[in-house]
Design a protein around this ligand. Structure first.
Ligand SMILES: Cc1ncc(COP(=O)(O)O)c(C=O)c1O
Length: 403
């Protein structure tokens, strides 16, 4: 017995759920980037979608003030303090014309990622299945898997009819899927949809009694007059749908970890119950400052979106000048770029590694986002316009086969 024996036992321990997770695909690019930086290279990092724009000043000031008040140092409410839930319901009424009851149809989460992950625990178990778009933001695939369920990937992207693919995947899946994960504007493909699409999906879910989980992380990052629909704008959507909204991208508050699950009251109650066992809520000063962000900086998401639009244009103009033509995304903070023909056979990982070494630019290989991602790289627009223009010049020098 004792520590020695325990260590020996751990040597053969199977970490049942964790072992199903593949090695993190982006780590290889990261390692190459770090090595180049250590060697003194200036690598422009457009890999990880980690927002670089500061959070609203009013929220930062309020955070400092609230943190100085000892009453805010205790455990908070795991579902979020009432005023925070009221603030997100006000935002939804203003922004999307959607009415929500702050008591039963809204809960605070530790960002959209935690909300989605724990939500899957409440609705899925071994033997169940979920439909998830692919390529996809990795947790969309792994949250159902971590809950023990099977995932059917539904192809999404250029030249794919996602809705038709979804119907086919549903017909072919057994047991019948209990959950469909959606997320538009979509990371990484930047695919966007309209309210008519959301209506068709809601109709389908009602007919087949499936839960729709819409991750609306890019709700406010949209350009050229496009306004992304909330799934909750579809009349009757609350019968079958929940939506995740987050302050991460809209208010550039990534590190604060504040998101919400909104919509169907039974599903919200289920997550609230699970979270009451798992956590004591976000640090209260963060909740208080988040209220201020939503109420006092309501136009911040528009300013953030305008910055990403200029960066998008800087990147696409620069790449177009070297003959790398990419369709302009209407939403997200990414550019999903088909690898130019002369380099296609390298595969996304080799191509991305070559961009680090030769162009001094880090991007994410599309293959890291699952089925259908090879053949693409994803640029995250997280450096300023000058740096992005510099990145395009570096790429021009590296892609000699483009002439
Ligand atoms: C689709 C999608 N959902 C969720 C997140 C993370 O959101 P949060 O910071 O609220 O957990 C991201 C971040 O890149 C994302 O792309």
């Amino acid at each position: 017995m004792g520590l020695k024996k325990a260590t020996g036992t751990l040597g053969v321990m199977e970490f049942r759920r964790i072992n199903q997770l593949p090695p993190y695909a982006f780590a290889t690019i990261d390692a190459r980037k770090m090595a180049a930086r250590r060697a003194g290279e200036d690598i422009i990092d457009l890999g990880f979608g980690n927002p670089d724009i500061p959070s609203p000043a009013v929220a930062v000031d309020k955070l400092c003030e609230a943190a100085n008040n000892g009453r805010n140092h205790r455990y908070s409410a795991s579902r979020g303090i009432p005023k925070l839930r009221l603030a997100i319901c006000d935002l939804y009424r203003r922004r999307f014309g959607v009415d929500l009851d702050f008591e039963t149809e809204a809960i605070t989460t530790i960002g959209a990622k935690e909300g989605l992950s724990h939500l899957m625990w409440t609705v899925l178990q071994p033997g169940d299945s979920a439909l998830v778009p692919s390529p996809s933001y990795p947790i969309h695939i792994y949250a159902p898997i971590l809950a023990g369920a099977e995932v059917r990937q539904v192809r999404l992207g250029p030249e794919q009819d996602f809705f038709a693919n979804l119907l086919q995947a549903y017909e072919e899946a057994w047991p019948r899927p209990r959950v469909i994960v959606l997320s538009f504007p979509h990371n990484p493909t930047t695919a966007c949809v309209d309210l008519d699409f959301m209506t068709r999906i809601v109709d389908f879910a009602r007919e087949h009694e499936i839960l729709l989980v819409h991750d609306f992380a890019y709700a406010d990052l949209a350009f050229d007059g496009y306004d992304p629909p909330s799934i909750l704008q579809v009349p009757g959507a609350k019968d079958v749908a929940v939506e995740l909204y987050t302050l991460t991208k809209s208010f550039s508050m990534a590190g604060w970890r504040v998101g919400f699950l909104l919509g169907n009251a039974e599903v919200v109650a289920a997550l609230a119950k699970l979270k009451s066992y798992l956590d004591y809520g976000t640090f209260q000063p963060i909740q208080i400052a988040s209220i201020v962000a939503m109420n006092e900086a309501p136009d911040y998401p528009k300013q953030v979106s305008a910055i990403y639009r200029s960066r998008r244009d800087a990147l696409l103009d620069g790449l177009s000048r070297i003959g790398w033509e990419i369709e302009k995304p209407r939403g997200t903070m990414f550019v999903w770029a088909p690898i130019p023909d002369p380099y296609l056979e390298m595969g996304a990982m080799e191509f991305a590694l070559m961009l680090v070494s030769e162009a001094k630019v880090a991007v994410s290989p599309g293959s890291g986002f699952g089925l259908g991602g090879d053949g693409f790289v994803r640029f995250a627009l997280v450096e300023n316009e000058q740096r992005i223009a510099q990145a395009a010049r570096g790429i021009r020098k590296a892609l000699t086969k483009l002439g």
